[in-house]
Design a protein around this ligand. Structure first.
Ligand code: 5GP
Length: 192
């Protein structure tokens, strides 16, 4: 299998669609994929670890990172800022690694400009109603934050067609297989 060439993979879609769980399974099954740890001004949730889930920073530090062009993309989401540190991603790609970002839609749009060769995968919920249920059942956030996420999610779903691939996350195992097919199929074809 030829994996000498670096590659950028973007997993996007609305909050609550299951991107995080899908990403975790992908990383477990393919340890060669390098997950880009984002920077955020959001406070850590219970169990989240600095440098594993996110780098947690304050707003002035985030603004400074924007000003210094330290972020490959960034966005404001539900009252907080999120961004991808540029250097580790560029370094890994130049070393031939396959780097994966799990980001919201506005950031994924920016990647189309800065990294047009990236593979951008959009995960869709089976329906808006199911997405709402999932966001509420997670109960990770206060009601006001949930409302913001829901409003945002509806706008994000409309953007799905802008991306290279759209996959509906109905059955988890099937969704995972479809993502893997997108990421690995071209390489497998070259090898056969
Ligand atoms: P959460 O607060 O639930 O961890 O994340 C909220 C949203 O921000 C999710 O849709 C997640 O994919 C997105 N996100 C996480 N990191 C980044 C990032 O570096 N850039 C952008 N644009 N979005 C991100």
């Amino acid at each position: 299998m030829n994996r000498n060439k670096g590659k950028l993979i973007v997993l996007t879609g609305p909050s609550g669609v299951g991107k995080g769980t899908l990403l975790q399974s992908l990383l477990d099954r393919h340890p060669e994929l390098y997950f880009s740890i984002s920077v955020t001004t959001r406070l850590p949730r219970m169990g989240e670890i600095e440098g594993k889930n996110y780098y947690f920073v304050d707003q002035p530090r985030f603004q400074q990172m924007i000003a210094n062009h330290e972020l490959l993309e960034w966005a404001e989401y539900a009252g907080n800022y999120y961004g991808t540190p540029r250097k580790p991603v560029e370094e890994r790609i130049s070393q031939g690694c396959w780097v994966i970002l799990e980001i919201e839609v506005a950031g994924a749009r920016q990647i189309a400009q800065t990294f047009p060769e990236a593979l951008r995968i959009f995960i869709l919920p089976p329906s808006v109603e199911i997405l709402e249920q999932r966001i509420r059942n997670r109960a990770l956030d206060a009601e006001a934050a949930i409302e913001k996420r829901l409003l945002h999610a509806e706008k994000e779903i409309i953007a799905a067609q802008e991306f290279d691939v759209q996959i509906v996350n109905d059955d988890f195992a099937e969704t995972l297989e479809k993502i893997e097919a997108q990421i690995f199929a071209p390489v497998m074809m070259v090898g056969t």
